[in-house]
Write a protein that binds this ligand. Structure first.
Ligand SMILES: Cc1cc2nc3c(=O)[nH]c(=O)nc-3n(C[C@H](O)[C@H](O)[C@H](O)COP(=O)(O)OP(=O)(O)OC[C@H]3O[C@@H](n4cnc5c(N)ncnc54)[C@H](O)[C@@H]3O)c2cc1C
Ligand code: SF4
Length: 325
């Protein structure tokens, strides 16, 4: 499959990049590692007139510790470089586990943190060529007002299949979003929307420039379930962190990923273990409440009943592992 015709801009500075994005508007597409965006261009899901590479931008390649002990990571940092970095994977075990879980060594050598966070939502329909898709008509993500996954749906149910976001949400990370002339900080927990088409709060001409993770010394875990070991997108993932020791906790966050269109922060299960501690009984009760918080689960990449069961198993495993740390 050939790439659609496009021009290529390798921005030399962040300012040039943001200016180009403003000037080209919807005709532009950001390319970081290119591991996903190039594939989607071949499938003609994206047909940008201008591809703007942010890969070499020095401002987006640094990892530094801030005065308050937080760590600020440039969005163009490669996943492979962050795994063993003392301020990234070395400091935050759940983040490290999520980085290691992404695809394969080759893809982690190309893929960036920003690209993983902004990864297009996935669906079997748009994962096929434009000729194949024509046979079935379009959908909300292409050019029609329908969804082939949930026929009666009024929105797209493509899945947020990125591995690092659940871990970054559990760690309380904040994203820096920048466009020409404006900059804002958004907690990553508020970055995603429950809509497969308009799946993040990124505005026109805006990119993620940095990820800031606060100092966290809590117990933490990330677990991903895949059909095969290595190279597979997740069927479901969980990230969780809590303070305390053994069954005792006074603070916990549990986040599910790869099951619906956005990561899901589980409030009721967290409340149960917060009140009762990480006892066997409380873990069972917490897991029983997971279904209620997932909302509508599609049959995309697995039967919905199976995915709900995966969610329960993941939460039990995560809470048990936290107790043992
Ligand atoms: C075979 C295969 C297996 C894979 N398995 C996994 C997996 O297990 N887990 C997983 O999480 N991913 C997986 N991926 C998806 C992808 O490779 C990774 O998510 C990777 O981290 C994407 O990063 P990238 O820099 O290559 O993104 P790109 O492909 O360059 O970009 C991805 C999207 O993000 C946008 N973007 C990139 N950077 C920014 C930024 N800074 N600001 C705003 N928008 C931006 C792009 O415009 C594009 O829409 C897989 C891909 C392949 C081909
Ligand atoms: S979930 Fe539905 S609308 Fe979204 S990409 Fe798939 S078929 Fe299209």
């Amino acid at each position: 499959m050939l790439l659609p015709d496009h021009s290529y801009v390798k921005a030399e500075s962040l300012e040039e990049c943001l200016k180009t994005l403003r000037e080209t508007g919807e005709k532009a597409k950001v390319i970081a590692g290119g591991t996903d965006v190039i594939f989607n261009m071949r499938l003609k899901l994206f047909q940008p007139e201008v591809a703007v590479s942010i890969r070499g931008l020095k401002d987006l390649l640094q990892v530094e510790e801030l005065d308050d002990g937080s760590v600020r990571i440039g969005a163009a940092c490669r996943l492979a470089d962050l795994i063993d970095h003392p301020l990234a994977g070395g400091r935050y075990p759940a983040f490290r586990q999520s980085l290691e879980a992404v695809a394969s060594t080759h893809i982690r050598n190309m893929g960036t943190l920003g690209g993983n966070i902004c990864l297009e939502t996935r669906c079997w329909y748009t994962n096929n060529s434009d000729q194949w898709r024509e046979g079935l008509q379009g959908c909300y993500k292409t050019d029609s007002e329908l969804c082939h996954v949930i026929k009666s749906s009024t929105k797209c149910h493509a899945i947020n299949n990125s591995d690092t976001p659940p871990a970054l949400i559990a760690l309380g990370a904040t994203l820096t979003l920048q466009k020409e002339g404006a900059k804002r900080e958004v907690p990553i927990a508020e970055f995603y929307r429950a809509d497969g088409v308009d799946f993040s709060v990124l505005g026109p001409g805006e990119i993620v420039t940095h990820v800031t993770i606060p100092p966290v010394s809590d117990r933490q875990v990330f677990i991903k379930i895949t059909p095969r070991k290595g190279m597979d997108f997740s069927l479901g993932a969980v990230a969780a962190r809590c303070d305390g020791e053994g069954e005792q906790i006074s603070n916990i966050i549990i986040v599910l990923g790869s099951l619906v269109t956005a990561p899901v922060v589980l409030d009721k299960p967290a409340q149960v273990v917060l009140e009762a501690g990480l006892t066997d009984d409380a873990i069972e009760k917490a897991a029983d409440l997971v279904r209620d918080e997932l909302g509508e689960v599609s049959n995309l990449y697995g039967r919905s009943i199976y995915k709900r069961q995966i969610a329960i198993v993941l939460v039990k495993r995560a809470l048990t592992q936290l107790r043992e740390q």
